[in-house]
Ligand binder design. Structure first.
Ligand SMILES: Cc1cc2nc3c(=O)[nH]c(=O)nc-3n(C[C@H](O)[C@H](O)[C@H](O)COP(=O)(O)OP(=O)(O)OC[C@H]3O[C@@H](n4cnc5c(N)ncnc54)[C@H](O)[C@@H]3O)c2cc1C
Length: 455
């Protein structure tokens, strides 16, 4: 199949990749299901909303504006509002305005970003319970909060960040409860000092929360979200005893997880990455995957943040140009790789500061809903694993439908793997990973018709 270079994802990684290809005289297609380019962190508000960049992006306003200017000025084939729902035989299956079409590619850069890693808490399906990312999207995109009295629980850099954004927006932040302990933060300090500017931003967020009178606790253990028709409170354990807070919304999350399904469908080889605690598509320092002509950039191939995504996007584009035999500035390429390696070292410190909550899976009660699409509980996962003596996640999916619903395991896959591994007493990598299946996101049933080939 013919076709030119295609980039999936118009976030920091995809935009910088497109810019580098355009600078070399190519006209790549840049496909994104979002309405406007910017990605997660630099998500733009809908037409008619008038908040300024400082209000929307805080300290990152200049970076956001620079990135938006870049994509708006590029002479490329930008295709917003377009979902890539499959990759097969050198072509993408696209969905736009209810119609599907096939886009062949010669080279493919996947810059698909990340979403929240969800570790469910009893009560998490109540109206008023949101992931941290969703709570931020509500504020950043729609300009509204998830509640008036909001409790934040979990861990990861988004926890203090989104809480401080709610405080600034006028919500009452009733508590910020980090599952990481104070000892974790202290142990992480040497690693965090490798990125003093980011560390300083983090400390400023914590200071702003404290100055706003927000109770902040470390070593917290979420127990349950309370409510009948919607969220009314949160119960957690402080290490000594249970505590209860009244609130009308809860934002929870435990770091991010890479969106890897398209890399899977493109045939990329995966390996388990202990830092991300996830199976990730393999890539070399330049962003080349195990499949010739397929490149990986940004959080979609491992969480490293927006600055790293910009660098990785440009580096992957340079790799693509090298592979085409085009002249490439090798000093620039080496500098990008060196900066990415430095961010990688800082990231190890971040993971120490916000570690995965040990023991979460063994403590998950049997009646906890893990897969909300198919209503599969932790107890069903355990009973199925016992009944069929199943050591592997895809087998568990086939037997009890976990991860088989609308989200295709994007929300429940990580939690289900943790529960299966803890139950079998093996490391999480030993249970494997849910394989990517098309469609990676829901599409209309009518899309069974033969797709048209794009010009
Ligand atoms: C909800 C959320 C909020 C975040 N907020 C912050 C923050 O405030 N500050 C911060 O420092 N970091 C934040 N992060 C992390 C930060 O967004 C990332 O580090 C950064 O955006 C990574 O850039 P990227 O280009 O790799 O991916 P992204 O910016 O995530 O861009 C990926 C793009 O790919 C598109 N895409 C993915 N799959 C498909 C598909 N199948 N078809 C079509 N398009 C597709 C998406 O629509 C998206 O626009 C947040 C992450 C999330 C998930």
């Amino acid at each position: 199949m013919s076709g030119g270079p295609v980039i999936v994802g118009a976030g920091p990684a995809g935009i910088r990749a497109a810019q580098a290809l355009a600078a070399a005289g190519l006209r790549p297609a840049l496909v994104d299901e979002a309405t406007k380019g910017g990605g997660q962190i630099y998500r733009r508000q809908p037409d008619g909303f008038t908040r300024d960049a400082r209000t929307l992006y805080g300290t990152e306003a200049a970076k956001a504006e620079a990135l938006h200017r870049t994509i708006d000025g590029l002479a490329i084939d930008h295709r917003p509002n377009t979902l890539v729902w499959n990759i097969e035989a050198g072509a993408l299956d696209l969905l736009r305005d209810g119609r599907t079409e096939r886009l062949p590619y010669s080279h493919l850069i996947l810059a698909t970003g990340a979403t929240d890693r969800i570790l469910p808490i009893p009560g998490w399906t109540l109206p008023g319970a949101y992931s941290l990312g969703a709570a931020q999207v509500a504020l950043k995109y729609q300009g509204c909060g998830i509640g008036r009295r909001v409790a934040f629980i979990g861990t990861g850099p988004l926890l203090p960040l989104v809480a401080s954004q709610y405080l600034k927006a006028g919500a009452e932040v009733v508590a910020v409860l980090d599952t990481a302990r104070t000892a974790d933060k202290l142990a992480a300090l040497p690693g965090l000092l490798r990125g003093p500017a980011v560390l300083a931003k983090g400390l400023r967020l914590v200071a702003a929360l404290k100055a706003g009178g927000v109770p902040m606790r470390y070593g917290a253990r979420p127990l349950r979200i309370l409510g009948t028709d919607r969220v009314e409170g949160l119960v957690w354990h402080d290490g000594e005893r249970e505590r209860r807070i009244d609130c009308d919304a809860v934002a929870f999350g435990t770091g991010l997880r890479s969106e890897t399904q398209l890399a899977d469908l493109a045939g990329c080889r995966f390996r388990f990455d202990p830092l991300n605690r996830a199976w990730l598509p393999e890539r070399d320092a330049a962003g080349r995957s195990s499949v010739p002509g397929v490149y990986l950039a940004g959080d979609g191939a491992g969480i490293a943040g927006a600055d790293a995504a910009e660098l990785a996007g440009e580096r992957a584009a340079l790799a693509l140009l090298e592979d085409l035999g085009r002249p490439v500035d090798r000093t620039r390429a080496a500098r990008l790789e060196a900066k990415l390696a430095a961010i990688g070292r800082f990231r190890r410190g971040l993971e120490r500061a916000f570690p995965f909550p040990a023991g979460w899976a063994s403590r998950a009660p049997d009646d906890l809903v893990v897969c909300r699409c198919e209503e599969v509980s932790a107890g069903t996962l355990r009973a199925t694993a016992t009944r069929w003596n199943t050591p592997e996640l895809n087998r568990l999916k086939a037997l009890c439908r976990v991860g088989m619903g609308r989200c295709q395991g994007r929300m429940c896959g990580a939690a289900a793997a943790e529960i299966l591994a803890a139950y079998r007493g093996v490391p999480v990598e030993a249970v494997g990973r849910l394989r990517g299946q098309a469609p990676v996101k829901p599409i209309p049933v009518a899309i069974g018709d033969a797709p048209e080939e794009a010009a």
